[in-house]
Design a protein around this ligand. Structure first.
Ligand code: GFB
Length: 342
């Protein structure tokens, strides 16, 4: 069925027998519209993405937010999750809980990345359906796309070729989550949407050098190299791969827009539409941190996907754009790191 706004610019179609909205100045208000009194469960609220979504929800005046610390609710525990949903009966769910990590952690622990993510998302998505959740936002990752996907990567590239081996297990887990959301939509009419953020960074990022992503790792390395007055900073790989970096607060603003205005089972990318090489990123970080030594390349470490730039046309067509330029975002994150991690 077509979006009921029936406006010329709207090309969305839906499989559910309810009236959806496209979000682009639709004439229709939408039966699925999220309102500020809705009970919203943010799964993974203490992680980088979950905490950013929480900040944004609070800033926008959402006052009925449910959270559970890991010690209170183990999301890999099927019966505990089922009991939690049956008792709380949230209206809206954001699935920001996941086992995440950088290239090294993904490459070395495929079992944990696959199993833990499958467990968490299966439990949440299934219980959300059982307890009558009205809308669910599942967060995936840009690594779900084939290693050699066309650039920038359109949503239609999903399952079009082999994955990048260093993060295949994690990617398969996330693809399973997308497909489960779509299956609940197709079979039961659930409004479970999936968004694919690009490489994110910001407050509450993981700065552990073994398990972090590149931006957080290089911030720590540059900071420590500056303090030690080192001559060199060691960067993994060749420096040639290109990545797109989005501040997590921008990702959170996109998530809210999708909750309010996007009701399609088709996946949607979240990114800024620009990428840089790892070498350029390392130089930028050294500049922001004030480390003046040289870069040295550890080519025993993997490069991973050669390029990962998302096509963000769909999201921009909904009226969203990022607000935090990369240099400013790095400076803000460096400040956060200095206050909270050293
Ligand atoms: O951010 P990152 O760990 O993950 O690495 P991916 C990106 C690039 O930065 C790779 C290089 O080419 C790394 O070799 N790099 C250079 C470094 N120095 C460092 C360093 O000190 N630490 C790290 N971590 N990288 C991840 C996936 O892929 O992307 C996950 O493994 C997830 O599944 C995430 O999807 C978004 O961008 O290669």
């Amino acid at each position: 069925m077509r979006c009921v706004c029936a406006a010329d610019f709207c090309s969305l179609s839906f499989q559910r027998p309810v009236a959806p909205i496209c979000g682009k100045d639709c004439l229709f208000d939408g039966v699925n519209a999220v309102n500020k009194s809705n009970k919203i469960f943010v799964a993974g609220h203490s992680g980088m993405v979950g905490s950013a979504v929480l900040r944004r929800l609070e800033a926008e005046g959402f006052g009925n937010i449910v959270m559970r610390a890991r010690a209170q609710l183990d999301l890999t525990d099927e019966s505990a999750v089922a009991k939690f949903f049956a008792k709380e009966k949230p209206d809206i769910v954001v699935v920001a809980a996941a086992k995440v990590g950088g290239i090294k952690a993904n490459n070395e622990h495929p079992v944990e990345f696959l199993l833990e993510n499958l467990r968490i998302q299966n439990n949440i998505i299934h219980s959300a359906h059982e307890s009558g959740v009205r809308k669910l936002l599942f967060l995936g990752s840009s690594c779900i796309y084939p290693k050699f996907a066309p650039q920038p990567i359109p949503e239609t590239a999903l399952l079009g070729g082999p994955l990048e081996p260093t993060n295949e297990a994690y990617a398969i887990g996330k693809i399973a989550g997308i497909k489960l959301c779509q299956a609940y939509g197709r079979e039961y009419g659930a409004n479970f949407i999936s968004a694919m953020p690009t490489n994110l960074y910001g407050p509450n990022d993981n700065f552990d050098l073994e398990t972090s992503h590149v931006l957080a790792a290089l911030l720590r390395k540059a900071h420590e190299a500056k303090l030690r007055k080192d001559q060199k900073l060691i960067v993994w790989g060749t420096g040639k791969p290109r990545r797109e970096f989005l501040h997590v607060d921008d990702c959170a603003s996109a998530c809210l827009l999708l909750l309010e205005k996007y009701d399609s089972p088709e996946i949607i990318n979240i990114g800024c539409g620009e990428d840089i090489s790892i070498r350029e990123l390392a130089e930028l970080i050294c500049d922001v941190v004030g480390f003046n030594g040289d870069l040295a390349w550890d080519t025993t470490k993997p490069d991973g996907t050669p390029r990962k730039l998302l096509d963000v046309t769909k999201l921009r067509d909904l009226g969203w754009k990022p607000a935090i330029p990369l240099r400013e975002g790095i400076a803000r994150t460096y400040e956060w790191f200095r206050v909270n991690c050293v």
